[in-house]
Design a protein around this ligand. Structure first.
Ligand code: BEZ
Length: 213
């Protein structure tokens, strides 16, 4: 079954570099990102895992656990981690799932046979505390992901879950946001957006980010 935004992230039990992972239990009450790597000992993946490990404090701040998957087994991942740490000035600090049986790759539709019938694409799933999928990204094997963009989406999701706003193109923390078009009651608008707003068009109303001073 296709995984869509709002779908419950499939649960699984699989071995990892940090022991057996029961996925939903492992996520707990926070957020998670699950991202796939086409294969161990490949150059782009090596840089991505180092980059992600070096951003762990940023993910922790947002209550997001990271977990990677690659279709090789755990002993191979453990050998690869040595190279990642040696070459990327990084200390691996989150689990990599072994997936030689492709259980996770299949559940999450990470093998796109028309692109390559054995390697996974570079998928990213952001999963919320209700275990719902909130973002799906698919990159080709030849393009390394931008982890700053993944953090930006997490910031947007966590902000827009709390306030009746959406974030515009290229939004960054602290930038103005868009008021949801469904909010029309002037009293509610005053109460929710005490700093006021600018109506550029009736449907395009900008307001300062509500949770910033
Ligand atoms: C890489 O991670 O470098 C890579 C993996 C598969 C195909 C191309 C590049």
């Amino acid at each position: 079954m296709a995984l869509h935004l709002g779908s419950i992230a499939p649960d699984f039990t699989q071995e990892s570099t940090e022991g057996t992972i029961r996925f939903h239990e492992w996520i707990g009450n926070g957020w998670a990102i699950l991202f796939s790597h086409p294969k161990d000992f490949t150059p782009v993946c090596t840089t991505e895992l180092g980059a992600a490990a070096n951003l762990k404090a940023e993910f922790d701040k947002r209550n997001v656990k990271m977990i990677a998957v690659s279709v090789d087994d755990v002993p191979s991942h453990k050998r690869w981690i040595g190279d990642i740490e040696e070459t990327q000035s990084a200390k691996m600090n989150f689990p990599i799932l072994g997936d030689a049986d492709r259980k996770v790759a299949t559940l999450y539709d990470m093998i796109h046979a028309e692109a390559n019938d054995t390697l996974t694409v570079r998928s990213v799933f952001i999963i919320d505390p209700n275990k719902k999928i909130r973002l799906v990204l698919t990159y080709p094997a030849s393009t390394g992901r931008n982890f700053a963009e993944i953090l930006r989406v997490i910031d947007s999701l966590q902000l827009t879950d709390k306030h009746s706003v959406a974030t515009p193109a290229n939004w960054q923390q602290g930038g103005d946001v868009v008021i949801s078009p469904s909010l029309q009651d002037p009293e509610v608008l005053k109460q929710k957006f005490p700093k006021g707003y600018k109506a550029i068009k009736p449907y395009l109303r900008m307001t300062p980010q509500p949770d910033k001073k």
